[in-house]
Design a protein around this ligand. Structure first.
Ligand SMILES: C[S@@+](CC[C@H](N)C(=O)[O-])C[C@H]1O[C@@H](n2cnc3c(N)ncnc32)[C@H](O)[C@@H]1O
Length: 321
């Protein structure tokens, strides 16, 4: 399959392309995807070409040269590769009824690859993507944040985990750091996520309270040293983003911090994610700073950091500078 796609495919299409040229680029790409699906998905030496195909599909779609129906037809051509038997198909079909559910995030953390040999290449391809690595990198970022608030003089540190999902980051954190001096309140709107996380973290039940709640209705009855939320704010429009930040700020301790994850707008996996309809509000460092300032937070209290893959940004708001 090597060099099946011309390497200049992407640069050669734009809005001014004539219809036959557009059709031919779309057809070459579709034929490539069908051929790859027949062979069981891309092997590592074909990842470059598969990514080129994904970039091409996205650009044709964004420029209006590939309709929504055409895109759906291409997805259908991939057959089983777009069913929940693969991670990309799981994301596409959303068996839990919403994007980014706890089960898919857990599959990413666990580097899961299907046991069905004819589909395994697709999962390996998915797990090789920078976005998947960025999700796995959240764990150590979370650990660093918890570590930084751990030693509260004379009391337990209080941490609020908003949209706690599978609880994998929490589990790893408690396993590595030990539970002494830490208490977590975890909110999630999905009862299945809460049940999964409670089971996973059952050794640490006295350090965790799970709350089955929607963040839009949550009213805190205490203050927190750390409020953490990863994998939630990139589903929010700018106005929702600010609404939730403003809702959480009064629950910060005087020396506390609010840490909010958001995928960066230069995420190299963006086109691939769009192929299986995992749509996020990607944001730049500048945009995150701007949104925080629009919530009334002074510039000096705002920082943005990245995990090592550079894909998952973290907006860090300190209650005091
Ligand atoms: C992508 S997962 C992130 C899980 C976890 N924070 C992590 O990074 O591993 C998103 C989670 O957000 C939860 N969620 C989505 N909207 C929510 C809301 N309005 N209130 C509370 N939880 C929500 C979902 O149920 C899901 O478990």
């Amino acid at each position: 399959m090597a060099n099946y796609l011309p390497s200049n495919l992407l640069s050669s299409h734009n809005k001014t392309l004539d219809q036959p040229r557009k059709d031919s680029i779309a057809n070459i790409t579709l034929e490539y995807l069908k051929m790859s699906a027949r062979k069981g998905g891309p092997i590592p030496s074909e990842y470059g070409e598969m990514n080129l195909a994904m970039n091409t599909v996205a650009q044709l779609h964004h420029s209006g040269n590939l309709s929504h129906q055409d895109l759906e037809a291409i997805r259908l051509e991939l057959g089983e590769a777009m069913t929940p038997k693969t991670i990309q198909g799981f994301a596409y079909q959303q068996p839990h009824g919403y994007a980014g559910d706890f089960e898919i995030i857990e599959k990413i953390y666990n580097n899961h690859v299907t046991a069905e040999p004819h589909l395994a290449n697709w999962d390996n391809f998915f797990q090789s993507h920078p976005a998947a690595q960025a999700v796995r990198n959240r764990v150590s970022f979370f650990l660093d944040q918890v570590w930084s608030v751990r030693d509260q003089p004379g009391r337990t540190a209080r941490i609020l985990n908003v949209a706690s999902g599978p609880g994998r980051d929490l589990h790893e954190c408690l396993k590595v750091m030990g539970p002494t001096g830490l208490h977590f309140d975890c909110i999630d709107q999905d009862l299945n996520a809460i049940q999964h996380a409670s089971h996973l973290c059952e050794k640490f039940t006295s350090n965790i309270s799970f709350l089955h709640q929607n963040i839009f209705k949550f009213v805190a009855n205490k203050t927190y040293d750390l409020i953490w939320s990863a994998g939630l704010f990139d589903y929010f429009s700018d106005s929702l983003f600010k609404r939730v930040i403003k809702r959480l700020l009064p629950s910060l301790e005087k020396s506390g911090k609010l840490v909010v994850g958001n995928f960066a707008d230069d995420n190299p996996s963006q086109d691939y994610m769009e192929f299986f309809n995992w749509l996020l509000h990607h944001r730049s460092t500048k945009k995150l700073q701007q949104l925080a300032q629009e919530c009334g937070i002074p510039k000096n209290n705002i920082q943005v950091q990245r995990e090592p893959e550079g894909v998952n940004l973290f907006l860090i708001i300190s209650a005091h500078s």
